[in-house]
Design a protein. Sequence first.
Length: 200
Amino acid sequence: MQKIYALIRVSTAEQNEQRQVISMTKIGVPKENIIIEKESGKSTKRTKYHKLVNRLKMGDILYLENVDRLSRDYDGIVGEWHNLKQKGVIVKVLDTPILDTDQKDTSLLSRFIRNILLHVFAFQAESEWVKIKERQAQGIAVAKSSGKNLGRPKAKITKKQKITVAQYQDKKITLNEALERLEIKKSTFYKLVNKLKINP
């Protein structure tokens, strides 16, 4: 029986995938078959993607918003595309339906044009990725040269946290009471205790 899947990929955990999810559900992809990947397309640890490929059977349909969901680099996109075709998976691309692998026109000219377009889009995807990385590197270099601190600012320890830790250490309150008061996990609380030991 034919199954319908969708692959959604965002580059970071902070990016919102909801827009892509809405697009996929509108075209009939079951929510349980929408695979959301929050790992870089350059990563070789793409666990969710590789699990999806293993699940796909001949005749199944895989929807992509665009071809760069398969990978960030040229070779990756072309390689994954041909891998899916060899498995007999029907690949559909929302922003460039001319690439859909279930085209009725299978003439040599049509196949040639679609192949050229795939390589063009793969080239554009890697070019954009390289530009983004170059701009990031330039931004970091400028920030460093101007003496700016990079990364997340260190969270300040609040008065409430200090009092709670002190009361816990004096055995005036239990661990659970301390966790409930500060609304944090046990591991986070112990890190806080260690910080206060170093910087009382």
